[in-house]
Ligand binder design. Structure first.
Ligand code: NI
Length: 137
């Protein structure tokens, strides 16, 4: 019997959406406020979802304390209070949209979690805008 367990974590980070192949005007037209040259911050909310079988010995799908530590050490410590464009290698050349941040985080966590678990994440950039990766099949 498969079950999904979810852990929510938070981090604050600054970014700027900017495509160097485009003119300043096109960047401004496409990205709007998120193109602000002096950067701006978001309070990101990350939901990590693991789907797996309940371990009959523990009654757990996954130890939530261990999951919390794993997210904190691999994701939150890396991105919290950072300027994603300037302070992180991941977004030196990759535009730090919610979509790209979600894929980067998923790739980081996938390496840390046994493949017997299905991994899905949601990333909220604002209360109203959030993305899911991988996409629903
Ligand atoms: Ni933004």
């Amino acid at each position: 019997m498969k079950l999904t367990v979810c852990r929510k974590e938070y981090f604050n980070a600054a970014h700027r959406l900017y495509n160097p192949k485009w003119s300043d005007k096109k960047n401004s037209d496409i990205f709007g406020k998120c193109n602000n040259p002096n950067y701006h911050g978001h309070n990101y909310e990350l939901v990590v979802k693991l789907t797996g079988d309940i371990n009959p010995d523990t009654g757990y799908v996954y130890d939530m304390k261990a999951l919390s530590v794993l997210i904190k050490t691999n994701v939150v410590d890396k991105f919290d209070h950072k300027n994603l464009n300037l302070d992180t290698n991941e977004f030196k050349k990759l535009i730090p949209t919610a979509e790209n941040i979600a894929v980067v985080i998923w790739n980081i966590l996938r390496k840390q979690i046994d493949n017997k678990y299905d991994l899905k994440i949601q990333l909220y950039e604002t209360k109203k805008n959030f993305v899911e990766y991988p996409a629903q099949q």
